[in-house]
Design a protein around this ligand. Structure first.
Ligand SMILES: CC(C)(COP(=O)(O)OP(=O)(O)OC[C@H]1O[C@@H](n2cnc3c(N)ncnc32)[C@H](O)[C@@H]1OP(=O)(O)O)[C@@H](O)C(=O)NCCC(=O)NCCS
Length: 188
């Protein structure tokens, strides 16, 4: 199935925010855009399986989750908190890579903001083609356009060289405390 044009999709945020430099750098058979509500049917969750356990919530729950990420006031300049992107195949309309950045608003640094990159995944058969790099470049651009003074992420030791290639430097340590309640879903 050929790619659905952005104009026919319900997108998480404006595609105008995606930098042209990344669009131009992608292979011509791929397209980068904001997550669309029906990326559920384009294999978004399948791609995330390279990263962690993914339980399929069904389309209705996926759509409700997507809608909860839309800003309450779309006209507010600081309205958007969640940016999730998809790279899709123009031939198959399937998602082949994804990633997200969310904007944390702080009281320090003059009411500054920090972008947190999460859930970077490139489908197995598409790894090693610079798609991970393009996802990160897009998310950093979105974070900086949102006014963040820094963009940060956590990763495994084995992915440090990848993030260094993307321009990140190792700083401090990650600590985690998982919920003990066994009904809490998802552990990375
Ligand atoms: C990690 C991941 C996102 C990288 O995406 P990718 O599209 O395969 O990587 P790219 O082709 O964009 O790599 C960019 C550069 O980083 C290098 N690189 C990528 N992964 C690397 C690794 N694990 N170790 C060393 N270098 C790595 C590439 O060789 C390339 O270097 P070059 O510019 O010198 O050619 C992808 O492999 C993936 O989805 N892995 C499984 C899920 C995961 O671990 N996600 C990250 C969670 S923190």
């Amino acid at each position: 199935m050929p790619m659905t044009p952005d104009s026919q999709l319900t997108l998480l945020f404006s595609p105008d925010l995606i930098p042209n430099s990344v669009r131009d750098a992608l292979p011509s058979d791929l397209h980068v855009r904001p997550l669309a509500v029906d990326d559920y049917h384009r294999g978004h969750l399948e791609v995330l399986k390279v990263l962690s356990v993914v339980n399929d919530p069904g389309f209705d729950a996926y759509r409700a989750h997507f809608e909860s990420m839309l800003p309450a006031n779309t006209s507010a300049s600081k309205g958007q908190t969640y940016y999730v992107i998809s790279i899709v195949s123009k031939q198959t309309d399937k998602v082949v890579a994804t990633g997200s950045v969310f904007i944390e608003r702080k009281f320090l640094r003059g009411l500054g903001s920090v972008g947190h990159i999460e859930d970077i995944a490139v489908s197995k058969d598409m790894q090693g083609k610079k798609l991970g790099l393009r996802v990160i470049q897009t998310l950093v651009a979105l974070s900086e356009k949102a006014g963040c003074y820094k963009t940060i992420l956590n990763c495994s030791d084995e992915n440090i060289p990848f993030y260094e290639k993307c321009g990140f430097k190792k700083k401090e340590n990650e600590m985690a405390k998982y919920a003990t309640d066994s009904t809490t879903p998802g552990r990375l």
